[in-house]
Write a protein that binds this ligand. Structure first.
Ligand code: NAD
Length: 414
């Protein structure tokens, strides 16, 4: 078992290893004061692991009630949230009691938001059962539900009291869902750790689950500790996500989030023209993830940028930067000429000034607060080239894309 400690506004441990679910009761009891525990889970995960969790809690002398909702993103909504709050109240959970989120990111986000708001906040334990939840959503304290206007529009920062990642639970994951999580794992390698990236190249999807999850959690922990409330460094984690959201939304959400992000990372990598582009594309392919899309560039751009109109940045904002493997990075100011027109002016003079106007006809899919973004500078990084600026498309909302695609569309395979 590996333990990673997070020292955010609240300190807590993330424990990773096989068989941890059976220690849930002892761990929950060790947090102290709780008499009752509400397990929050969904219809696919609960039949697999609910009983084990309940038995472990009961063996530790805790009273257990379980709230199980239909699996799927559609359940991460206000109706389920309210149902859950009423369930907690009907079962008389007090401020010293506990919620256990048993499931993937949907359960974690919903149960976490209920924990953040019920009685103005009670403690909760995350038990992530997908790879994505293990390396991403269970770490960092972001909780949320969706509205009909878009994903994750209501939520809170609320850190768990403990995360127990039982790697045995990942064995029941369908391959496609496991690979979705792999896209995020690869992202950490690209962003922060070349040795880790090389290790993944050497193993492919057969990597050591415990070691890889622990390393990803460490990397996310470091970012979260630097920027708990997502105002700067944490935005780096959006690598590939803005274009990925465009791919996902333009597929009408038929393509999974992980695969869309893989395509987003591949596009940004090609665009940045970094010398490690082949490695990045290569590893995504090695993991069975897609790296191209047949969606036209304009459509992709419009979807990718659409949400920006609903959550504009201040007049001028310094954008956080993200290095590709070996790369270097810079921040670039983004200016708004009007609500729908953005200008990026990087150093390098007029040559490096680009603008983009969002189409009025956009269906405007709203996405979560990843509204600032990333700039990737090619290796060496002294000068921001046009190609590198294109990578700033991952910042979203910057018009480099359209212009660049006209100049060199073939590079993207779009
Ligand atoms: N809070 C954050 O920081 C953060 C970060 C990234 C994503 N998210 C959110 O996470 C959600 C996506 O998470 P996800 O991909 O885990 O989705 P999910 O929770 O819907 O799980 C994906 C699928 O896997 C099934 N499943 C889960 N665990 C299983 C297991 N052990 N065995 C078999 N099947 C299992 C689920 O029933 C579901 O069908 C989104 O709502 C997204 O917004 C949140």
């Amino acid at each position: 078992m590996k333990t990673v400690t997070v020292n955010a506004s609240k300190a807590y441990d993330i424990k990773i290893g096989p068989g941890l679910l059976s220690s849930l009761g002892a761990e929950a009891a060790a947090l102290g004061k709780a008499k009752k525990v509400a397990i929050v889970s969904e219809t696919k995960v609960y039949p697999l692991y609910g009983k084990l969790a309940e038995e472990s809690l009961e063996a530790a002398g805790l009273e257990v009630v379980s709230f199980v909702f239909p699996a799927g993103e559609e359940s991460k909504c206000a109706a389920t949230y309210l149902e859950l709050l009423n369930f907690l109240a009907d079962n008389k959970l007090t401020r010293t009691d506990l919620i256990v989120a048993l499931g993937g990111g949907v359960v974690g986000d919903l149960a976490g938001f209920a924990a953040a708001t019920y009685l103005r906040g009670i403690r909760f334990i995350q038990i992530p059962t997908t790879l994505l939840a293990a390396v991403d959503s269970s770490v960092g304290g972001k909780t949320a539900i969706d509205l009909s206007a878009g994903k994750n529009l209501v939520g809170a920062f609320w850190q768990p009291s403990l995360v127990l990642c039982d790697t045995d639970t990942l064995t029941s994951l369908p391959l496609g869902i496991f690979l979705d999580g792999c896209a995020e794992v690869i992202k950490y390698g690209i962003l922060y750790d070349e040795a880790f990236f090389s290790y993944l190249e050497s193993t492919g999807p057969e990597f050591d689950r415990e070691a890889v999850i622990a390393r990803c959690v460490e990397m996310k922990r470091d970012v979260v500790m630097e920027d708990e409330f997502d105002t700067g460094a944490r935005m780096k984690l959006n690598l590939g996500h803005t274009i990925g959201h465009g791919v996902e939304a333009s597929s009408n959400f038929t393509l999974s989030h992980g695969k869309s992000v893989a395509i987003g990372m591949a596009i940004v990598s090609r665009a940045s023209h970094c010398s490690d582009n082949d490695r990045i594309i290569g590893i995504l392919k090695q993991f069975g993830l897609p790296t191209t899309t047949s969606t036209g560039a304009e459509t992709l751009l419009n979807y990718a940028f659409a949400n920006f109109t609903l959550c504009p940045l201040p007049e001028e904002e310094a954008l956080p930067a993200v290095p590709v493997v070996y790369g270097s990075a810079e921040s670039v100011p983004l200016r708004f000429e009007s609500e729908r027109r953005f200008v990026l002016a990087a150093k390098g003079g007029e040559d490096c000034r680009f603008s983009y106007t969002l189409s009025e006809a956009l269906p405007a899919p709203v996405r979560e607060g990843d509204m600032a973004g990333t700039l990737i500078v090619t290796r060496g990084g002294e000068e921001i080239t046009r190609l590198a600026l294109v990578a700033a498309a991952d910042v979203g909302r910057i018009g480099v894309w359209g212009i660049f695609l006209k100049l060199a569309g073939s590079l993207f395979g779009l």
